[in-house]
Design a protein around this ligand. Sequence first.
Ligand code: 5GP
Ligand code: ZN
Length: 134
Amino acid sequence: MDDCLFCRIVAGEIPSRQVYADDTAIAFLDINPWHVGHSLVIPRRHVADLTSDATALTEIAPAISATASLLIDRLGADGLNLLSSTGATAGQEVFHFHVHLVPRYAHRPGLRELMVREPGIDLDRVYAQLIQQD
Ligand code: 5GP
Ligand code: ZN
């Protein structure tokens, strides 16, 4: 995909601060981090998002795990969030599948708005919708 930003990063046409690479995936620092060490893990091949390819997540799983360990070990993070957005409504801006790994630090606990719980969710209703038979 010539016009895909992350394909161009994979190809080395756009520079990135790569922190991990294997045969199927790479990880690099997000250019606009939420917290220190915020990284993106992506498949080398172009996959638009989580739902457009059944194996993409499995394919990058070893890279996610290795990068998470690296971030915690090297940066002394106290925890880490894993997030992937599918679709513009969910906040996806780059349409090459990626997982955000966001190291968290005890001295800087502030959560993003994204992670603030929405009030008034009716769990029973949601559950009923999920288990209803068509
Ligand atoms: P999304 O909103 O699609 O889940 O996340 C896209 C992420 O890509 C954003 O966090 C944004 O900061 C990051 N990003 C956008 N352009 C670049 C870039 O050129 N280089 C790097 N390293 N990150 C980028
Ligand atoms: Zn791409």
